[in-house]
Design a binder for this molecule. Structure first.
Ligand code: C2E
Ligand code: CA
Ligand code: CA
Length: 731
């Protein structure tokens, strides 16, 4: 690998934009080359071979789209990010269609989005390159091996010729060969097989000759692959496959074979030798287990743990999420060992191992370090550290509970508790942290748990501990919030430019008996993390539908009542059916129901998402994207979704007056939405200025304190009744 700095070519006709990019990018140690127009850009691309291109769209001479096409033609793996001004949405879509890796709106008011886009593109380019290199290496290896084989087979051929020289010698070699010699036709018919096959398969030669070899070679895909190999290379060596012997037992074998094309009146045949490698396989497996697994519990040992930890750590850094390590030590295990003997202690450890591995996720690891110390490695506990801490706390509690259940071991009734230390990784302030550091942190935290009287869970970082405690309190109370009737729905009107109510959004309120009102911004994430969002979300949906029905019965039309759907809710397998049932049970008019989804959740697993969204649309439900503009909005994706509405995030509306680029973004979103035939709702409208600005740009629906705060049901119903009209506040 060479380590020259990453070279970025910026093509832009505006000198000040180029230099602002340069100043910013050089801070990240990128080498920046600049071109002031498309022609120069293409020349520099040829001569300098940059790792990434950042290109404007509208330029004199050769425009950005053409540059894009030319570069894609000659160098399809080089990432190109297009940056362009507003009002050229058509161009942006065209750029994405022609293969731009990403599209950024100029002016880029927050250059960190640029940095993020560049990093993302480079990472993807790196993966593509790695993949290619891997393929090349594979091919080289195949060639080298084929040559090797050719030599082996030449030798075999010589032997074969010699064998032919003397029928006598041939017979004796043939009959005493340890490996099995065979000849089969391409359709699998066995023409010839040497007697040693009986030792491997229990079949006699007579039983086999004339039969089809495929009967003994059960795996169809495997044997197709085998024939394919032979057809391509003419030979295979040490090809491993599984045969079935006369008793139905599977025998691992290795084959050296060669395809002899048809000659004169002899059909094409496959000939070669076959060897039973059962023993070799057993030995290999045994060696692997000794090296990587704990002999008593069969769990991964420290070495394999550190391996997986390093892998998880790298992955967590790459994907910007957090993992957790739980360091478990059994309290007073030594007493059991000393008083009841090692064999009881060992049996107890085995049972602990079993409980720890019960319903373990595939990507997680349980390891035994030795003695009574176990490690549990949990990957991907979320993208936000305090959230990861609360998730881990939940998981650790489950384990604590599991391990504390009574044990019956070799006739003894035992009880034991664990002390658990937790380290969340990667830690934000130590970029050099490695696997051993994490292990040490978790160990330290475990000792803190012991110091605090054992049978406890402690986090290494105080900030994580605080987050876990805080979340835990909310979570504890949240569990009972529904049944204790502490939840209530508020409704916030959505109005047209004249102030007429055309819809509303359901917003959840929690009146905590001691703590008073708790904001959904605080408890929804906890509900999401713990899964409590499922019952809560269902309740909100049910109550909203019931409310729609009540209003309909009173002759009031709400237009649409929009209900927030959280990611976990949307992703649960039965979600569509659940919505269907709620509508059926409440007899609400589905045409009056809306669901608000977020960008993040629809971009994840796009195919499945589109299917779900289409099912909802078929029921007549209106779909909107909430908080639009805050996520990684991609034009390409948006076009593919069966959406009705985009809700412009409050943060943009808030800054319309003070931030020109936010104003530009809002403008672009409105233009783009109209272009895609979508409606726009502006959220968080608070002032005259904001309303006027949006109204002038043809935004048709508004939601915000300017018109009304979210209000309880009776108040909202009164609003609906009073001519369904909200007075525009003035001043
Ligand atoms: P959201 O979906 O973006 O909801 C809009 C939030 O902005 C609401 O806060 C609303 O009260 C507030 N808001 C509306 N107009 C204005 C305004 O003019 N100025 C200001 N400063 N704020 C305004 P709320 O009710 O605190 O809800 C916060 C978030 O909690 C919601 O954001 C939503 O993500 C979540 N949430 C609320 N209820 C539910 C629910 O039933 N289910 C789910 N999954 N999430 C919910
Ligand atoms: Ca919402
Ligand atoms: Ca929103």
């Amino acid at each position: 690998m060479n380590d020259r700095p990453i070279r970025i070519l910026t093509i832009d006709d505006e000198e000040n934009i180029r230099s602002s990019f340069r100043l910013f990018l050089e801070d990240f140690d990128y080498e920046v080359i600049e071109a002031k127009n498309g022609r120069e850009g293409l020349q520099l691309f040829e001569s300098e071979k940059p790792d990434l291109v950042l290109c404007d769209l509208r330029m004199p001479e050769i425009d950005g789209l053409e540059v894009l096409s030319k570069i894609r033609e000659t160098s399809p793996d080089t990432p190109i990010i297009v940056a362009s001004g507003t009002g050229v949405i058509g161009d942006a879509i065209e750029a994405v269609r022609r293969g731009a890796w990403n599209y950024l709106l100029k002016p880029i008011q927050d250059l960190s989005t640029l940095q993020h886009a560049i990093e993302q593109a480079l990472e993807r380019a790196r993966l593509i390159k790695e993949n290619r290199a891997y393929q090349v290496r594979l091919e080289e290896e195949v060639i080298a091996r084929t040559e090797d084989l050719q030599r082996t087979m030449d030798d075999l051929k010589n032997t074969h010729n010699q064998v032919k020289l003397s029928e006598e010698r041939y017979r004796s070699i043939y009959e005493n060969l340890q490996d099995v010699y065979f000849e089969i036709l391409l359709d699998g018919e066995i023409r010839e097989i040497s007697p040693s096959i009986t030792q491997i398969s229990d079949y006699t030669c007579e039983e086999l000759i004339g039969a089809s070899v495929w009967e003994f070679y059960p795996r169809r895909d495997d044997r197709e692959h085998f024939i394919e190999e032979l057809k391509i290379h003419g030979i295979t060596s040490d090809y491993e496959l599984h045969l079935r012997d006369k008793n139905g037992k599977i025998v691992p074998c290795s084959i050296n074979a060669r395809l002899l094309p048809a000659q004169n009146d002899r059909p094409a045949i496959i000939c070669g030798t076959l060897r039973d490698i059962s023993e070799r396989k057993l030995a290999e497996a045994h060696i692997e287990r000794l090296a990587y697994y704990d002999a008593l519990t069969d769990l991964p040992n420290r070495r394999l743990l550190i391996d997986r930890l390093e892998r998880d750590l790298a992955r967590a850094r790459r994907h910007k999420h957090y993992g957790a390590m739980l360091f478990l030590d059994l309290d007073r295990f030594k007493n059991i060992n000393d008083s009841l003997g090692h064999h009881v202690g060992d049996a107890l450890l085995e049972e602990v191992a079993r409980r720890l591995t019960n319903d373990l996720r595939l990507e997680d690891t349980v390891s035994r370090l030795g003695g009574d110390e176990f490690i549990m490695l949990l990957s991907d506990m979320g993208e936000e550290p305090t959230n990861a801490a609360s998730q881990t706390q939940i998981k650790a509690e489950q384990i604590q509970k599991q391990l504390s259940l009574p044990y019956k071991v070799l006739g003894h009734d035992l009880h034991i508790t664990p002390s658990i230390g937790v380290a969340i990784f990667p830690s934000d302030d130590d970029p050099d942290e490695n696997g051993n550091d994490i292990l040490r942190h978790a160990d330290t935290a475990m000792y803190r748990a012991k110091d605090d009287g054992r049978d406890a869970i402690r986090f290494f970082l105080p900030s994580m501990q605080a987050a876990a405690d805080q979340r835990l309190n909310i979570e504890k109370d949240l569990r009972y919030a529904l049944e204790r009737n502490e939840m209530e729905l508020y409704f916030q009107p959505q109005v047209d430019p004249t102030g007429k109510i055309v819809g509303a959004e359901t917003l959840l309120r929690w009146h905590h008996p001691d703590k008073g009102f708790i904001s959904p911004a605080e408890f929804i994430p906890v509900a999401e993390a713990t899964g409590l969002i499922l019952p809560i979300g269902l309740w909100v949906l049910e109550m909203s539908c019931r409310q729609i029905k009540t209003w309909t019965d009173k002759g009031l039309s709400i237009g649409h009542l929009a209900v927030n759907v959280s990611p976990r809710q949307f992703r649960q397998p039965g979600f569509i059916h659940q919505v269907y049932q709620v509508i059926a049970q409440t007899e609400a008019d589905p045409q009056q129901l809306g669901l608000e989804l977020t960008e993040g959740m629809v971009i994840d697993n796009i195919a499945d998402t589109i299917e779900k969204m289409q099912a909802l649309k078929r029921m007549g439900i209106e779909l909107s994207i909430d908080d639009f503009g805050t996520g990684y909005s991609s034009l390409a994706y948006l076009k593919r979704l069966p959406l009705d509405i985009i809700k412009i995030d409050q943060s943009f509306v808030r800054d319309i007056q003070t931030d020109e680029s936010d104003a530009a973004i809002v403008e672009t979103i409105i233009v783009m939405a109209h272009h895609l035939n979508l409606n726009v709702i502006a959220e968080g409208v608070e002032t005259d200025f904001e309303f006027d600005f949006l109204n002038q740009r043809d935004c048709l629906i508004y939601q915000g304190y300017y018109f009304s705060r979210p209000v309880p049901e009776p108040e909202f119903t009164r609003m609906l009744q009073s001519a369904q009209q909200l007075p525009l506040e003035t001043g």
